[in-house]
Design a protein around this ligand. Structure first.
Ligand SMILES: [Zn+2]
Length: 108
């Protein structure tokens, strides 16, 4: 699933963009160009940077490579005080990563 506005690819479990609220479209329906490299996919987003780094170390413990994308670090101007941290993994690791993240969130 892809946000037509932000041009990020999201895991298929998500239906609305956490950044802009836009309804995500399927990869087939998306006509533009993705900003992100094709083999990375967003599996999780949250407003809490600590939660993101906690999940990152858990995933890395399972030998899954993780990228953290934070709007505060990007060169894009942030509208309002919205700060969303995104977790990206390689597409081949996406299912495993989602399972691990769901397990962790269940415990909380
Ligand atoms: Zn968006």
């Amino acid at each position: 699933m892809i946000c037509p506005k932000c041009e990020y690819e999201y895991h298929r479990g998500m239906s609305v963009c956490p950044d802009c609220g836009e309804t995500l479209v399927t990869n087939k329906d998306f006509k533009g160009h993705l900003i992100n490299p094709k083999d990375w996919i967003i599996v999780y987003s949250c407003a809490d940077g600590l939660e993101a780094s906690m999940l990152k170390s858990n995933l890395e413990g399972a030998e899954i490579e993780v990228l953290i994308l934070n709007q505060n670090d990007s060169s894009f101007p942030v509208v309002g005080d919205l700060s969303v941290t995104k977790l990206l993994v390689k597409k081949s690791d996406a299912e495993d990563a989602i399972t691990i993240i769901n397990d962790i969130n269940k415990e909380n």
